[in-house]
Design a protein around this ligand. Structure first.
Ligand SMILES: Nc1ncnc2c1ncn2[C@@H]1O[C@H](COP(=O)(O)OP(=O)(O)OP(=O)(O)O)[C@@H](O)[C@H]1O
Ligand SMILES: [Mg+2]
Length: 273
């Protein structure tokens, strides 16, 4: 059983009116464990709680955004893999969450097969774009959680997206990974998605007790200027606990510093339009 089967899966899109302004946001950084999925789940939840329809697309075979949204990975649900490989209708795949305006396009480990199955396909970077374009106007925001690599799945996420949000953990090697990501981005813009904008660099796991966090934040702001978002996500244990209950932090502990920081982030991103 799905945890929250409050809508017929097949009719989700029918229940949504077209909003004609869907924006697709990819969350990517090839570095692992920097807060991509935590940001995807909680930003999606915060935007949905503000009254906008949101689709969270789990583009990572680890399936953390799927399980962290309260969707069980163990049952035989079709996933993004089926949409990418067999062209299954997305209407059959999108599922509701405990948050009223938030839906998830789930994934599991099978998605890793995409790297192999499309290895020889010339147009392999545009598969996700072709899947999401027809449904983008049913949602105000589509948020894509990318895996920690610069492989086919991340390329698909960045090609489908209007803008890129890069979570950066406040630690010593933070800047190095960002330089590499921006090099890939420049190539991707030339070849696949010239219109891709930078939504911003997001400082995550900021620990105000350490000089290191402050130093990394200063370095990033000195180097990237206004591309670094004003909102800073603190290191906060509720953010680490919430996924094990299949909840966003907004449901798990809405008064926590973690929840408040993601509400701030949602406001900042909504202000960008
Ligand atoms: N602000 C935070 N405060 C405390 N813990 C956090 C915070 N953000 C993320 N975490 C924890 O850090 C770990 C990595 O976070 P997360 O899974 O979001 O990173 P990721 O970039 O998606 O990882 P991966 O590259 O494996 O996909 C998780 O255990 C998560 O719960
Ligand atoms: Mg992740």
């Amino acid at each position: 059983m799905w945890n929250i089967p409050h809508l017929e899966i097949a009719t989700v899109c029918d229940n949504l009116e077209r909003s004609f302004m869907g924006k697709i946001l990819a969350i990517a950084n090839q570095k692992g464990g920097v807060g991509k999925t935590t940001t995807a789940i909680n930003l999606a939840a915060a935007i949905a709680k503000s009254g906008r329809k949101v689709l969270l697309v789990d583009a990572d075979p680890q399936g953390n955004a799927t399980s962290g949204s309260g969707v069980s990975k163990t049952i035989n649900q079709k996933t993004l893999y089926h949409a990418m490989v067999s062209g299954e209708s997305i209407r059959e795949l999108v599922i509701p969450t405990e948050i009223e305006l938030l839906w998830v396009l789930p994934s599991d480990k099978n998605l890793a097969g995409v790297e192999i199955e499309f290895a020889e396909t010339t147009d392999r970077g545009r598969i996700l774009k072709r899947i999401l374009d027809p449904i983008r106007d049913f949602f105000h925001y589509i948020i894509i959680d990318c895996p920690p690599s610069l492989g086919i799945l991340t390329v698909n996420g960045l090609t489908a997206a209007d803008s890129l949000l890069v979570p950066i953990q406040c630690e010593y090697f933070a800047l190095e990974g960002v330089t590499e990501l921006f090099e890939t981005l420049a190539r991707l813009k030339r070849e696949l998605n010239p219109g891709l904008a930078i939504e911003g660099l997001l400082l995550t796991m900021y620990d105000e007790r350490t000089n290191l966090s402050a130093a990394v934040a200063k370095d990033l702001r000195d180097f990237y200027g206004p591309q670094v978002l004003e909102t800073v996500i603190p290191r906060n244990v509720t953010l680490a606990e919430a996924p094990s209950f299949g909840k966003s932090v907004l449901s798990y502990d809405p008064r926590s510093r973690g929840a408040l920081s993601y509400i701030e982030l949602a406001k900042e991103i909504l202000n960008h339009g």
